[in-house]
Design a protein around this ligand. Structure first.
Ligand code: PLP
Length: 465
């Protein structure tokens, strides 16, 4: 059950002690009675609080194989909570010099991971905000032009285009869920597009857009390329790697030639929520962030992070957590790469079992660590003639039954797939509805590797009902 050897209770106490020591170096002062609460009051509120927290899914457990969710690494927890006791604000060096410098260091490590030499970047509170920043810069550089992204791209690209007042155009994906460069070529020939978003690791299927081809088409038309690697970015550590977990390096190496990239440490970087990142290849784009702020930026002429980001206040604790984590598990093939490799192997092992199964079928082979599959269930819950309605009903039933099973629970998620998506991959299935839910498991905990056979067995039993 133990997720790591770290004694969290010890290190959390050590964090409190370190901050209290530091506070003790200033003169003592009296606390204000308005803030006072007794231990007894806290005890009763805390009891109610922890009871309410029990209403959660066990994201930490290998039998939680649903959405993109897992607890942070203990090192991130220790880093976050310790820094949070100080509560620095990384907007400016005036708000938190130590954590602002940590942020610059981790951003340089992320840039190095993608092979970006020169760069300008910062952490953000999420992937959505990081992508918004990239699209904001895109709009400033190509005013009046639109943004193209795959029809499989994250929904927030369309939403953020709306926020920015830009026209967003979805581009067809191929039968593996990757942006189709031929369809992109046709769209760019219209001259309406200023920026293309390529996704390396789509949220639904984990598909990797063909970045080199996208880049070539875009450059032919003088168009900018942004890479949304919010979920998939850390898999670049497996690019060209030896062994089963190794990935084709072409799309990952091409990122260095793109204009911007987003990666979320709060997905595959072992961090708590509140940690995305955006990186630009050309530091000159910093000019689009220029603003006056009469009430900040007074302690240093050094670049303040608020001078190169759209957000103002941001948790310095998020940078602290990532910094401490990277000291132990750096974003290198031998560091964090080993975590990603285990997730990837888990997905490969499981897809082999599904391929040999008479009860489950792969929706498509996994490219990263997201496995999408469906029950080969007939109308009465038995294997039989397959139809979209039977698959949809059985997927929904299995999702609910897996969570409700007290003895052998399993927590899955579903992905809504249009009938056309099925027809391209599984033409024999009767399209009696306009789409169906398939089951989707993000195997983003390395522990998954050791639980694949049991996970598979539990899910196969769910098909039988
Ligand atoms: C590819 C991709 N882009 C963007 C996002 C949005 O990130 P966030 O949820 O951190 O805002 C996600 C979230 O899953 C994602 O997978």
């Amino acid at each position: 059950m133990m997720r790591s050897d770290v004694d969290l209770q010890h290190w959390l106490s050590a964090g409190v002690a370190a901050v209290e020591d530091w506070q003790g170096s200033f003169s003592p002062f009296a606390g204000h009675p308005s803030l006072r609460v007794s231990d007894a009051q806290l005890a009763s509120a805390f009891e109610a609080f922890t009871e309410r927290l029990g209403d959660n899914y066990p994201f930490f457990h290998p039998f939680y194989a649903g959405q993109m969710l897992k607890p942070p690494h203990p090192a991130a927890v220790v880093g976050y909570l310790t820094a949070m006791l100080i509560n620095p604000n990384n907007h400016a060096l005036d708000g938190g010099p130590a954590t602002a410098r940590m942020e610059k260091e981790v951003v340089a490590q992320l840039a190095g991971m993608f092979g970006l030499g020169t760069h300008l970047g910062h952490l953000t509170t999420s992937g959505t905000i990081a992508n918004l920043e990239a699209l904001y810069i895109a709009r400033e550089l190509h005013p009046g032009s639109g943004v193209a992204y795959s029809e499989e791209a994250h929904y927030t690209h369309g939403r953020m285009c709306g926020v920015l007042g830009i026209e967003g155009t979805p581009v067809a994906a191929d039968s593996a869920g990757r942006l189709d460069p031929a369809a992109l070529e046709d769209l760019l020939a219209t001259g309406r597009i200023g920026t293309v978003v390529a996704t390396t690791g789509t949220t639904g299927l984990g598909a990797i857009d063909p970045v080199p081809e996208v880049l070539a088409v875009a450059r032919r038309h003088g168009v900018r390329v942004h890479v949304d690697a919010a979920y998939g970015g850390f898999f670049t550590l497996l690019a060209g790697g030896a062994g089963r977990a190794g990935l084709d390096e072409a799309p990952w190496r091409a990122i260095a030639g793109c204009d911007s990239v987003v990666v979320d440490p709060h997905k595959h970087g072992l961090q708590p929520y509140g940690c995305g990142a955006v990186l630009f290849r050309d530091p000159e784009v910093g000019r689009f962030y220029r603003h006056d702020s009469p009430y900040t930026y007074f302690t240093s002429d050094e670049l303040h992070l608020g001078e190169i980001s759209l957000e103002c206040s941001r948790a310095g604790a998020a940078a602290a957590a990532l910094w401490l984590t990277f000291q132990l598990l750096p974003p290198t093939p031998d560091g964090l790469g080993q975590v990603l490799a285990a997730c990837r192997r888990a997905a490969l092992d499981w897809s082999e079992l599904i391929e040999d199964s008479g009860r489950l079928a792969l929706f498509q082979p996994p490219e990263l660590d997201i496995v999408c599959y469906f029950p080969m269930a007939g109308p009465s819950g038995r294997t039989g003639a397959l139809s979209l309605s039977a698959i949809d009903d059985a997927s929904g039933r299995m999702l609910a039954a897996g969570m409700a099973d007290r003895a052998e629970p399993v927590f899955l998620s579903t992905l809504q797939v249009p009938a056309s998506g099925f027809a391209r991959r599984h033409p024999g299935i009767a399209a009696d509805r306009d789409g169906a839910r398939v089951l989707r498991s993000v195997l983003m905990k390395p522990e998954a590797e050791n639980y694949v056979p049991e996970l598979h067995a539990r899910i196969e039993r769910l098909v039988a009902g």
